[in-house]
Write a protein that binds this ligand. Sequence first.
Ligand SMILES: Cc1ncc(COP(=O)(O)O)c(C=O)c1O
Length: 396
Amino acid sequence: MTESGNARLLEEASAYTPGGVHTSIRIIDPPLCVRRAEGAYIEDVDGRRYIDYHAAFGPFILGHCYPDVVERVVAAIRQTDLYGVSTTELELALAKKVVEHVPSVEQVLLCCTGSEATFHAVRLARAVTGEVLDNTLVCDFNDLHAVERAVRDHPDDVAAIILEPIPHNLGCIMPRPAFLAGLRALCDREGIVLIFDEVITGFRHHIGGYQAICGVTPDLTTMGKAMANGFPMAAVGSRRELMQRFNTRPGGDVYFAGTFNAHASCVAASLATIDVLETGKVHEHIFRLGERMRAGLRDIVDRAGIPATVAGFGSVYVLYFMEDRPISNYTDLLRNNAPLFVRYRQELMKRGVFEMPMNLKRNHISYSHTDADVDQTLQAAEESLQAALAGCRAQR
Ligand SMILES: Cc1ncc(COP(=O)(O)O)c(C=O)c1O
């Protein structure tokens, strides 16, 4: 990789913006500044092309600049944008779609980011349970006993339990069979609101979210990312009785507002994305390619004879460099060889494959990726692994 236009652009941007980037985790080594994107590919300012699995941390379920989405957005913003009053036919159409598909959702509110959706959900949960614990109790994923203990130790204090049903923020940790159902039963027993943060899993794993796969229905659901294939759209939803607490309805006592909520461009993007997902072809394709990628990676690490774990679900995959034992929680992931993990991905970049070179970050396959992309990636993976192993050995 040359010391390139990428480095120069980032350096100039640093004069105007702290660090040169507008989100804390966009700095990588080597720097990569993308100028254009199409389908499964991104191209940097020097014209180098990469197969992209970072997918901007996950929104791209169809692929970059996906024509159906772009066309619907352009058509929408030629005649409409944002009014800050009442509602629109587009917004109603999207709300109907979310209610139709996501099992826990009878009513929905749209906002711009997963962060907003999540804090609205927490605020609603606190209002519903009337409990005001200001602190957060952190329990290990998959440890139902620890959660039960925490609830027992704070009687009448716990407003909500919030979790990703599959913690993808750490790559991929699958829930043990009884874990999510156990949380549901605990919340029912203790009057606690169960919130699934489906910002990553929603729409990506199933049009109805992971809850449609696991069969456990939370009280509140937050969604974002893949919901609009790259446009800033997110949502919080629940059953009618709880959603009625938001002050979008006269008399509601839980604040909900946002100047840019439900901008027509994003609503149109979301409707177009959902239309494509409804064909059923997207999930069939991305799940199949996910399996192909994971199987290929398993073969590669077996041939290399190194400790490695290939994790993932559906379109998400991640190759950890640690012994292949079941992963239950974050502590288990501390065994990952982070320097090798990052170095391997830096080597992938040299070979035209972009997986975020940052510890524990997951990869996403989109509808635009092909079998040939996966095969090319696997070839790059084999070479990158050998190069990364040699590089790490030389450093020792
Ligand atoms: C599980 C989860 N929830 C919420 C968020 C916040 O979403 P946003 O970045 O759109 O604010 C993220 C972002 O990565 C996420 O991974």
